[in-house]
Design a protein around this ligand. Structure first.
Ligand code: DAT
Ligand code: MG
Length: 150
């Protein structure tokens, strides 16, 4: 239950006023919100966040998109948070993201896929450390945990 994942609402998610519906998906699934902030990222932050992708042909467009407005950076906690977070967000390419996932319900194009989710426990640790200082992470136990988890 201590696992955490990094979820980010991308600039199009904010511009399209999807912040509340996206957050609701994680709350409804029993995740615990432990960090949240609105960030207009720097070039260096985006380069570090997407370090594995900087040589891809689509990277300049991805970077311009990620710098085009603020994002909502969040850390969510829960059992299998990284894997479950990916499942809630859906496949990278909206053509493959299933209805019922965030991308499957709100996106049309891979370059405007409204939300990011860490792809593994290791990526989550790296991304959380990149976007948040340790003191920005809250430590508390929601009162309904016994009703979310057996
Ligand atoms: P994900 O965001 O599902 O983890 P990723 O890490 O492979 O996917 O890529 C990061 C983002 O880059 C992705 O959300 C959208 C963009 N992207 C990935 N592949 C792309 C492609 N073939 N063309 C355009 N944009 C792409
Ligand atoms: Mg990824």
């Amino acid at each position: 239950m201590e696992e955490t994942t990094f979820i980010m609402i991308k600039p199009d998610g904010i511009q399209r006023r999807l912040v509340a519906p996206i957050i609701a998906r994680f709350e409804n699934r029993g995740f615990t919100l432990v960090a949240i902030k609105l960030v207009h990222a720097s070039e260096s932050l985006i380069d570090q966040h997407y370090a594995e992708l900087t040589s891809k042909p689509f990277y300049p467009g991805l970077k311009q998109y990620m710098l085009s407005g603020p994002v909502v950076a969040m850390v969510w906690k829960g059992k299998s948070a990284a894997a479950l977070g990916r499942a809630i967000v859906g496949a990278t390419n909206p053509k493959e993201s299933a209805p019922g996932t965030i991308r499957g319900d709100y996106c049309n194009d891979v370059g405007r896929n409204v939300v990011h989710a860490s792809d593994s426990v290791e990526s989550a640790k790296r991304e959380i450390a990149l976007w948040f200082k340790p003191e920005e992470i809250a430590h508390y136990a929601p009162c309904d945990l016994g009703w979310v988890y057996e």
